[in-house]
Design a protein around this ligand. Sequence first.
Ligand code: COI
Length: 369
Amino acid sequence: MPTSSTTRFEILPSNQPTADSIRDNILANPGFGKHFSDHMVNIRWTVDADWHGHQVRPYGPLTLDPAASVLHYGQEIFEGIKAYRHADGSVWTFRPEKNAERFRRSARRLALPELSDEDFIGSIKALLAQDTTWVPTPSSDADECSLYLRPFMIASEAFLGVRPAHEVDYYVIASPAASYFKGGISPVSIWLSSHYKRAAPGGTGFAKCGGNYAASLAAQKEAEAHGCGQVAFLDAEESKWVEELGGMNLFFVFKDGRLVTPRLTDTILEGVTRNSVLTLAKDEGLTPEERPISIDEWREGAASGEITEVFACGTAAVITPVGELVTENERIRLNGDGGNDVAMRIRKKLLDVQYGRSEDKHGWLTRLV
Ligand code: COI
């Protein structure tokens, strides 16, 4: 008899779950990425046996051979997706099939095995069935608290030759989260990386792999040294075209109602939030445009008032206004007070769908619990 996506998971409950009072304290002020729920998912893959050994087991350190190839050659991919608690207590996630599809795309680029939608979504459902109490309850419509889920896949074979691993592990961990930025949704300053590049044509830029994020950290250090919270990267060939931030996509609001975001290439990550913003923008009467946008257009549009707002978006960051772009010798601020009205309107629309406060007319939600 076929097993359903969740019943194929063996459940090994934690015998030391977090006390209710400790969990309640964490949920009251979770920060981002600092606390973890009581369980995690593991599915193993071997070249001979395919995917097997589906488990939900207590959260805890991994036992990894020091020769595991992920530690040497970085064969790793991950996803970011959230679980939202609705007012009636039910728990939902947002467009998980998009994350599952991207996870497979990333796997192909990193020569890792592909995981089915059924296992990807089933693993999230199985984890949430154990750790439902870790999903925070929003205190207001502006509260973006959620349970942030981090599915990831690593090459766990102990082997130092350079080739795709024959043994791989998939995990999902869960972390209660508030706003990604410490300052909440106040406008963030962005550092323009002039030296470092995030991705090159033919490389891994479109894949969600740890290496892309590792490569962004030296630029992130520069950003922090200049008082900025994030880095913007330009294309590697001409240093002219705006690509994305270290972990977020960018949008530009024009005063004539156009909403422009860099066109997808193999150097840009296809964000699920990016894709949703393009749809919500149309519902808002804006005209979305996916096309190359140069740093000169940003500079000139900001100065002339053509560009009225810039915002960043991602699963973790939701939608965050960009206050200014800082370079070695200039600060590009928006000339005129856009007030971030468009960013805040789209943000509200998105959160209202995710938290079940408005109709899910695009069929984006999947019930977890
Ligand atoms: C996400 O938005 O989920 C990401 O993976 C980005 C990361 C910088 C937290």
